[in-house]
Ligand binder design. Sequence first.
Ligand SMILES: Nc1nc2c(c(=O)[nH]1)N[C@H]1C(S)=C(S)[C@@H](COP(=O)(O)OP(=O)(O)OC[C@H]3O[C@@H](n4cnc5c(=O)[nH]c(N)nc54)[C@H](O)[C@@H]3O)O[C@H]1N2
Ligand SMILES: Nc1nc2c(c(=O)[nH]1)N[C@H]1C(S)=C(S)[C@@H](COP(=O)(O)OP(=O)(O)OC[C@H]3O[C@@H](n4cnc5c(=O)[nH]c(N)nc54)[C@H](O)[C@@H]3O)O[C@H]1N2
Ligand code: SF4
Ligand SMILES: [Mo]
Length: 725
Amino acid sequence: MGGDPVPTYCPLCVSRCGARAEVHDGTFLALLPDPSHPTGKALCLKGKAAPEIVYHPKRLLHPLRRTTPKDAADPGWERVTWDEALDTVAERLRTAASVDGPQSVGFSSSSPSTSAISDAVDWIQRLIRAFGSPNYCNYMELCGWGRYLAPLYTYGASVPGVYLPDLDNAGCILFWGYNPSVARLAHATSTVAAVARGAKLVVVDPRKAGLAARAHHWLRVRPGTDAALALSLAHVMIENGWYDADFVRDWTNATDEVDGESVWNLLAAHCAQFPPDVAERITGVPATTIVDTARTLWEARPVAFYTWSGLEQHSGTTQAVRAIDVLYALTGSLDVPGGNVLFEAVPSNPVDGMEFLSDTRPPAVGVDHRPLGPARFEFVTGEDFYTAALDGRIKALVSFGGNMVMAHADTARGREALRGLDFFVQADLFMTPSAELADIVLPVATPFESEALKIGFEYSQEAQSLVQLRQPLVPPRGEARSDLQIVFDLATRLGLGAHFWDGDIEAAFRHQLAPSGITLEDLRAHPEGVRVPLTTRYRKYAETGFATPSRKVELYSTTLAAHGYPPLPTFEEPLTSPRSRPDLAVRYPLVLSCAKSLFFCETQHRQVAALRKSAPDPQVEMHPSTAADRGIAAGDWVSIDTPHGSVRARAKLSASLDPQVVFGQHGWWEACDELGLPGYPPYGPDSANLNLVLRQTPSDPISGSSPMRASVCEVSLLSAAAHGA
Ligand SMILES: Nc1nc2c(c(=O)[nH]1)N[C@H]1C(S)=C(S)[C@@H](COP(=O)(O)OP(=O)(O)OC[C@H]3O[C@@H](n4cnc5c(=O)[nH]c(N)nc54)[C@H](O)[C@@H]3O)O[C@H]1N2
Ligand SMILES: Nc1nc2c(c(=O)[nH]1)N[C@H]1C(S)=C(S)[C@@H](COP(=O)(O)OP(=O)(O)OC[C@H]3O[C@@H](n4cnc5c(=O)[nH]c(N)nc54)[C@H](O)[C@@H]3O)O[C@H]1N2
Ligand code: SF4
Ligand SMILES: [Mo]
C-alpha cells in the first residue's frame, strides 16, 4: 500500500543527503529531498535515480561460483546457495590462516565516500581485526592518507576530517583541490548560503569547476604544485604579520629550538624561498593573486578549510598537505567558531575492533618502506597489495564492494594480481571487471533494501547530534543480503561469533547505542531520527593540548624528522610531470589530471539510463588552443596517450584551463543497454579506462598516495574508423 513518504537518507555517496522515499504497493518509486533534515536541502541526480539502481536488470541476485580458470574468457558462473558460498569462504579463509597466517588473507572494501559501504565499514574493520589480518586495502591512498597523515603529524588529528569546517559561521571558506558541487552536495549548499551572507570563498583548483566560478579568489594552480603555492601564501602572511601571533606562540612549536635556531625563524626562512614571483613561475598563479589571497585569509578569518582528492593523488601529497596545514595554523582558526571545529559527538560504543590491535600482530605489507604510512595503522595501498599478491605474501582476498582493477592505476597489473590469488570473494551489487576475477561473488542488497544505524552526520553540531536508523524501504531483490548480514554470517562461520553478538545485528546495534541513552525502539518509532542535545565546546586544545609529541601544533614535525623525512613542508616538482621528465616531455608535453563526474560515483552507474543520458561518453577537457593545435574540435573522439598506452574520450573545450593541462575521467567501462550506449573494455586498444594508462608509482614516500594527477601526456585526434563511426 502507499502512504506518507518515509523519512530516510541517501547513502550513495559521502554527502548522505536527508530524504523522503515514496513507496507504493511494495515498490520503491522515488526519493525526494527532506529540508527538515540537516543534509536534506537537495538531492542530486544519482539520489533521484535510486529506484532505477534498485530495479536495474543487471543487479546480482544470487551467489555465484566460478567454474573455469581465471584466464578463461568466460568465468562459467554457476549459481550456489548462500550456505554453500559462505561455508566455502569460511573454509578457505581458515585454511589460509592456519597454513600461512591470517596476514595472508587481504581484505578490501569500497570507499565509504562513493558507496553505501559506510553502513557496514566499522563492522568490516571489526571482522578484519578479529580475524587477525593487518592487510586492509581501502583506496585511501587515492583520497585519504595524505589528508589524514599530514594533519596527524601536524595537529595530532585530521583537519579537515575529524575537525569539520564550520561553514555556517565561517568568515572565509578555503577549498583546496575540492569540488563539493560534484562531490558533496550538502557542503555545496551550505557554501552557497555562506557566500550569500557575505563569507569570502577561496578555491584552489586547476579547473574553474563548481564554486570556483563564484570564488573571490580562484587560484588556477598547475597540477601538483600546491605545496609551492601554500608556502608562498605562508611567506606573505609571515612577512606582513598577517598571522595569529598568540596562537602561534602558545599553541605551536614556533618557539622550540632546533640546532640553535627557533622553529619560527627556520619556517620563515624556508617559506621565503617562495616569494610570490617565484611561486608564480612554479604554480602559474599570478603573484598579485597570491598576495590578495593571503590578505583575504587574514582579514576574513575565521577560515573554514576543506581539501580532497585534488591534493591526494600526487607523488608529494603529504608534504603539500603539511604546507597547507602550516598555513592554516597561521590563521588561528582551529577549533574556533567558523573555523574547523571538533564538534561534540553522540556518545556511543566504538565497534571497529581497535581492541584487537596489539604489538604482537603480524605487520602490514608496506610498513618496512613507509613506516609512518598506512601500514602503521594496518592498511595497505593498492600498489603494495598488488605486489604482495604477485609475490605470494597475500594469497586470498575478501572484498566488500570496490572495483579494484578499475579504481587503481595500472589496471593490467591489477588483473594479474587478482588472478594470482588462491582465493578471491567479492560482495557486490553488480558484476564488474574486478568481480569477474573472483572465485565467488555474493549479491549485496542496496541500502534502500537494508537497515543501517547512523550516529551523527559529519557537518555541523546540529547534524552531528542526529541519530537515524535507516529502514529498508522494500525487501532485497532476489537473494541479495546486506553487507552487514554477510559480515555477521561470515564472522560466525569463522568462529568469531563471540565478538559479533553470535550473529545478532540488533544486539550489536543496542551495544553500539548504549551510551547514547537512545533505544532501537525510539529510533524505529522515529525514522526521521532522534536528536541528542549537545553543546559545542571550542578551543579544547587549551585543556589537554594537541595529540602530538610536543602537545602543540608541529610546524616543524619531530615525528617526520625522527624518520628522516623533511620536518618542514617541502615542495617537490611532481615526479611524473613534463618538468620532471624532460625526456618524456618531448613526446608527451601536456599534464594530465582528472576529476569526478557529477553524474556517476567513480566507476559505477554508467549502466543507469537516467544518469548516462546526461553524460553519454567519456570526456577529456582541454583548452581550445590545445585542441586547435592538434586539429581537434569539440566533441571529437581523441586518444589520450601516456608512456603506458592510449585510451579514448571525447574532447570538451574549456577556455579557462591552462593550455598545457588536460583533464580526463576514470571509471568508464559499463554499457547502458537501455540507451544503446556502449561499454568499453577495461584493457586493450579500444579502452576508455584512464587508469589503464596511469601508474601507482612513483608514490608519495610517506603516505603512498598514487601520482594520478600530474602525468605527462599527449592528446591526438582519433580517425573516424578508430572510434567505429
Ligand atoms: N558525483 C560524485 N560525487 C562523489 C564521487 C564521485 O565519483 N562522483 N566520489 C566520492 C569520493 S570517493 C571522493 S574521494 C570525493 C572527492 O571529491 P573531490 O576531491 O572534490 O573530487 P575531484 O573532482 O576528484 O577533485 C576535486 C578537484 O580537484 C581538482 N584538482 C585536480 N588536480 C589538482 C591539483 O593538482 N591541485 C589542486 N589544487 N586541485 C586539483 C579537480 O579539478 C577537481 O575540481 O567525492 C565523493 N563524491
Ligand atoms: N584516475 C582516477 N582513479 C581514481 C580516482 C580518480 O579521481 N582518478 N578516484 C579514486 C577514489 S577517490 C576512490 S575512493 C576510488 C574508489 O574506488 P572504489 O571504492 O572501487 O569505488 P567505485 O569505483 O565507486 O566502485 C564501487 C564498487 O562497489 C560496489 N558497491 C556500491 N555500493 C555498494 C555497497 O553498498 N556494498 C557493496 N558490497 N558494494 C557496493 C559497486 O557496485 C562497485 O563495484 O577510486 C579511485 N580511482
Ligand atoms: S549527493 Fe546525491 S548520491 Fe550523494 S548522498 Fe546526496 S543525493 Fe545521494
Ligand atoms: Mo575517494
